[in-house]
Design a protein around this ligand. Structure first.
Ligand SMILES: C[S@@+](CC[C@H](N)C(=O)[O-])C[C@H]1O[C@@H](n2cnc3c(N)ncnc32)[C@H](O)[C@@H]1O
Ligand SMILES: [Zn+2]
Length: 292
């Protein structure tokens, strides 16, 4: 069975969550080939099994190489392993104790490793049945996700205008990505949970110290982001996660490639940072946990 057919069959069990991005009507999987609405707007599954539900082509700055580097670091080097563990625990504590089956959407999922890791932990450690949906506006990210992770729904879509009906998800994940709180509120079930991850002051500080001359660019300030989250959701918990990871030379290269920080740099800076054999890198994140 081809990957396209497998994905179409998998998605057909969940077709009722979709709405047409053009006319808002219900959608169905047609001949394991397309997702089609009642007004015949048709979106084909690609050969890797993802579906593009945007209505016009969108070019983003994120390249396939960036997502592949991100995948090497997350899936290969376990760079965000503690983050996945912590988020899985949060999901179990706030949702899992009440439900055996959990629907999860990652908004701005990139190359999909966070969603895949979190779903794996929630199902293996907490014995829950999890449905994972990952959306990103970047086709390159969704392509890498669908190539590597099966039994998930991967779609190219704008998180500000998603192709899903109201109140379909128990958990919305939003990791180091932009947000649209009106849309998050629309998609979330009445008792659902939003888990947003934002960088904190020490995040990748070793990399930023090398890249930026100006001190103010050397640290993150997320006061506005946290305030906006608090205005939109009832904050039930928050958690600061700070740890260091030792990376070898090739992983440092992946780190430089995986982060949009490197867009601001020059070859020279990138090289000077990666000349050492290994480096300690700080991961400093805040996890915001909200309900409606
Ligand atoms: C820094 S990356 C984080 C990706 C992933 N969550 C991770 O941590 O590896 C930000 C992501 O947000 C996505 N993004 C930006 N604007 C978006 C939008 N309007 N809708 C969906 N995704 C968006 C980008 O394409 C990119 O993959
Ligand atoms: Zn339609």
């Amino acid at each position: 069975m081809t990957k396209r057919i497998k994905s179409a069959e998998y998605l057909s069990d969940f077709e009722s969550i979709f709405k047409c991005p053009i006319c808002d009507s219900s959608m169905k999987v047609f001949e394991t080939k397309s997702l089609i609405c009642t007004n015949n707007h048709t979106f084909d599954f690609t050969k890797h099994g993802y579906i593009n539900l945007t209505t016009h082509p969108i070019k983003t700055k994120y390249s396939k190489a960036l997502f592949e580097a991100r995948r090497r670091l997350i899936a290969g080097d376990g760079f965000f392993e503690s983050l996945s563990q912590t988020i899985a625990e949060i999901i179990n504590k706030h949702v899992g104790v009440k439900k055996g089956t959990i629907s999860l959407i990652d908004m701005g999922c990139g190359e999909g490793s966070h969603l895949s890791n979190i779903c794996d932990i929630v199902s293996s450690d907490y014995k829950k049945t999890v449905t994972g949906v990952g959306i990103d506006i970047s086709k390159e990210g969704i392509l890498v996700a669908s190539k590597n992770y099966t039994n998930k729904i991967w779609a190219v879509a704008d998180l500000a205008n998603t192709p899903f009906k109201d109140k379909q998800f128990d958990v919305i994940l939003n990791i180091l990505s932009p947000s649209n709180y009106a849309e998050f509120n629309r998609l979330l079930k009445a008792d659902g949970l939003v888990v947003k991850v934002v960088p904190q002051s020490g995040y990748l500080k070793e990399l930023r110290e090398v890249i930026f001359d100006e001190p103010k660019k050397q640290s993150y300030c997320n006061v506005d982001t946290v305030e906006r989250f608090n205005e939109n959701f009832q904050v039930v918990d928050s958690s600061r996660l700070c740890y260091t990871v030792t990376l070898d030379k090739s992983s440092i290269q992946s780190l430089i490639q995986m982060t949009p920080l490197s867009w601001a740099t020059t070859e020279k800076y990138g090289q000077s940072f990666s000349e050492g054999d290994s480096a300690q890198i700080t991961v400093d994140l805040e996890i915001l946990i909200g309900k409606k």
